[in-house]
Design a protein around this ligand. Structure first.
Ligand code: NI
Length: 167
């Protein structure tokens, strides 16, 4: 296991459509371990494979709630999405920026776990938001794509002005 370098906005890997995982083997488990270690090192609540430079459909999450187990999702699919929520959102790949993002309130996500076994998660609130955000990463989508064009321009302007050393 190792802490990997987090890729920032501007890195093309964040804009790729990630490939499906064919089999959950030791390589995938090693990727999962690196994702978990990096997420905790960066104090994030979720991290997707492209954020550490791997274009595979894998993410991890831990919303730091005693009643919600941390988890892994391989080849996730959002099979249900209902309701709406609007909350402030940020991303480890765009540090220093956040914005209100509208997302589904309740989702059901299906995928595979670390052992390649099917999992199904029903989520609301922060976990629901997190799962949608991380799934977006696997499609090359970032939260700045889910705000109005005006707000996106403002965010990108702020990003370009930010000192490289602060990133
Ligand atoms: Ni993110």
């Amino acid at each position: 296991m190792s802490v990997r370098e987090v890729r920032f906005l501007g890195d093309p890997v964040l804009r790729e459509m990630c490939g499906e995982v064919d089999a959950v083997d030791d390589d995938v488990r090693a990727l999962v371990d690196d994702l978990l270690e990096t997420m905790y090192a960066e104090d994030g609540i979720g991290l997707a494979a492209p954020q550490i430079g791997v274009s595979s459909r894998v993410f991890v999450y831990d919303v730091r709630d005693d009643e919600i187990e941390p988890g892994v999702m391989v080849n996730p699919r959002i099979v249900e999405a209902t309701g709406k929520q609007k909350e402030l959102e940020g991303c480890l790949s765009i540090p220093g920026l956040d914005e209100i993002v509208e997302r589904s309130g309740h989702v059901v996500v299906e995928g595979l776990d670390r052992d390649g076994e099917p999992v199904r998660i029903e989520a609301e609130g922060l976990l629901s938001r997190c799962l949608q955000h991380e799934k977006d990463h696997l499609d090359g989508v970032l939260f700045i794509d889910r705000v109005s064009p005006l707000k996106r321009r403002m965010l990108l302007k702020k990003w370009s002005k930010m000192d490289e050393s602060k990133r």
